[in-house]
Ligand binder design. Structure first.
Ligand code: ADP
Length: 254
């Protein structure tokens, strides 16, 4: 893998045939060492993670399952931007290899033809208002031919959508390349506009009614924009506008 060249900041790569979860392993390194810009990749995950305790099924070596350990000098409230940087990197990388129309279901799912082909899981460790480390997990169904029944209606792969089989290494390299391109722009230059533009342009969440789950209550609202920080802005039935937080939104029909 050419991960140490090509403008990426990756300092160390841990590669596994099989592991419980690349995010868990990266967090372990984050807790127990001073290393950063560490990439953890596994052919198979036996306990891959989604948001809110959900599972990311990744028991086949047909996908890219990887996590980056980062130690950015950022305010914890800006950590959600890392998810959007990863989403933008995944979309940009995919479009270099495949002639596919790729969408982002705000903020962390990558969608093609209404089906989920990739996801991002960002986890933060912070105390006293400072970030100790961030782990950004990326799962991409690349050459997957079929899925377990529980997700066969909602999941797809780049192969199933395009008919094209691609060496996973190429995808890894491109995603990492774009991740660091966008990440360095943001961390070093505080420049987030390109990422925001991609998240807006590719959004399958904007300009439609979405369900918001807030404090055990579900209501419908119209998603009309992302603000400067990439947060979702919605307007409810009474015309009241509000900002939606990560984890609060679910989208009908996608
Ligand atoms: P969401 O953002 O869609 O609410 P998560 O980001 O938490 O969900 O991801 C976990 C969910 O994604 C699971 O509950 C399952 O529905 C779906 N899923 C699990 N594994 C895969 C996979 N390999 N490809 C596509 N979707 C998956």
């Amino acid at each position: 893998l050419l991960l140490k060249s090509k403008g990426s900041n990756v300092e160390e790569v841990f590669y596994f045939d099989s592991i419980n979860s690349t995010n868990e392993y990266a967090k372990e390194i984050g807790r127990n060492s001073n290393m950063e810009n560490v990439l953890v990749i596994s052919d198979i995950q036996t306990d891959g993670k989604g948001r809110l305790g959900r599972k990311w099924l990744s028991s086949e070596s047909s996908g890219v399952w990887m996590s980056l350990l980062l130690k950015p000098n950022l305010n914890p409230t800006d950590a959600s931007k890392i998810t959007q940087i990863a989403s933008a990197a995944i979309v940009t990388a995919i479009e270099e290899f495949y002639n596919l129309n790729v969408g982002i279901k705000w903020p962390n799912d990558i969608i093609i033809n209404g089906k989920k082909i990739a996801g991002v899981l960002t986890e933060m460790n912070s105390e006293l208002g400072e970030i100790n480390f961030i782990v950004v997990g990326i799962g991409i169904n690349v050459n997957t031919k079929s899925f377990p029944e529980e997700i066969s209606d909602i999941a797809s792969s780049l192969f199933l959508e395009s008919g094209l089989e691609i060496d996973r290494k190429k995808i890894i390299e491109k995603v990492i390349y774009y991740f660091y391109k966008f990440y360095n722009e943001y961390i070093k230059n505080k420049e987030f506009n390109e990422v925001l533009d991609i998240n807006k342009k590719k959004s399958v969440t904007l300009n439609r009614d979405v369900f918001i789950i807030r404090r055990n209550e579900t209501f419908e609202a119209y998603a009309y924009d992302l603000n400067r920080d990439g947060e979702l802005m919605v307007r409810d039935k009474d015309g009241k506008e509000s900002v939606v937080f990560y984890g609060e939104v679910s989208i009908r029909g996608v």
